[in-house]
Design a binder for this molecule. Structure first.
Ligand SMILES: N[C@@H](CCC(=O)N[C@@H](CS)C(=O)NCC(=O)O)C(=O)O
Length: 238
């Protein structure tokens, strides 16, 4: 009889947060079963497991309690399998710096990008490009500082921040195609642009980060959930 998989992941295709967890599971060669959650018709298991935030991803490990929040799950996986592709640095001061950057991204950058892609107000969207570009310029400075001249945030190979930010590269591609907005600009952010290329050609990253077509479907799904409007939100026929 086949052995039951110890890890089960509840996620959504195209969800960057779900992909963070898939990324770590793959880097650490951890077997898991994947279940696609229907966010329009949420399952009982999902609602019971993430009753407050009602967000994917949710990870189950054996009989333990359900785990939510991608950053917490990433750290959990790093703690239970520290010897295979460790993702956080060993030094506590470096670790806290990495966490601060991740929380900054999730609490400032991500909400801005979400608002950018969901707003119906074209002028507002145009006006948001400037602040997002400024934010990415600060991220470029952080990259130069953290990577210390190496290819990745994690140094010579992919680490925590490569995963945290890297899962958004497909979304950035979509922004270029749909909104004519190069989030990472070759000229303004040359180091991040080079990092992006390294990620797309990395043997694991390239299998996890979805291309823009997958994200276009997700964006369509998000738009479909919004109240009807006479104005099309975006033209996805790029
Ligand atoms: N902070 C959370 C964010 C997760 C999140 O926003 N998940 C979205 C999908 S990308 C979700 O499940 N949304 C619920 C819904 O749209 O109903 C994390 O890092 O896991």
């Amino acid at each position: 009889m086949a052995q039951k998989c110890e890890m089960r992941l509840l996620g959504k295709t195209g969800s960057a947060f779900t992909n963070r967890v898939r990324f770590v599971l793959k880097l650490k060669s951890i077997d898991y079963e994947y279940f696609e959650e229907d966010l329009d018709n949420k399952t009982e298991l999902f609602l019971k497991s993430s009753p407050v935030f009602r967000n994917v991803p949710v990870l189950f490990h054996g009989d333990g309690p359900p785990m939510i929040e991608s950053l917490c799950i990433m750290e959990y996986l790093d703690e239970i399998k520290p010897d295979v592709h460790p993702i956080l640095p060993k030094n506590p001061a470096d670790r806290v710096q990495f966490r601060i950057l991740a929380y900054t991204f999730d609490n400032l950058y991500y909400p801005a990008m979400r608002e950018f892609m969901l707003t119906r107000d074209v002028d507002k969207r145009e006006a948001m490009k400037g602040p997002i570009t400024e934010g990415i310029a600060r991220l470029e400075e952080a990259f130069i500082h953290v990577s210390k001249g190496k290819e990745f945030w994690g140094g010579d190979d992919i680490g925590y921040l490569d995963i945290v930010f890297g899962v958004f590269l497909g979304w950035f591609k979509l922004f270029g195609k749909v909104f004519d907005f190069d989030v990472i600009d070759e000229v303004i952010n040359p180091r991040l642009a080079q990092w992006g290329r390294s990620m797309w050609s990395h043997e694991v990253a390239s299998t996890i980060i979805p291309n823009h077509e997958i994200h276009a479907k997700f964006l369509q799904f998000l738009h479909n959930r919004m109240p009807p409007t006479s104005r099309p939100l975006v033209d996805l026929s790029y």
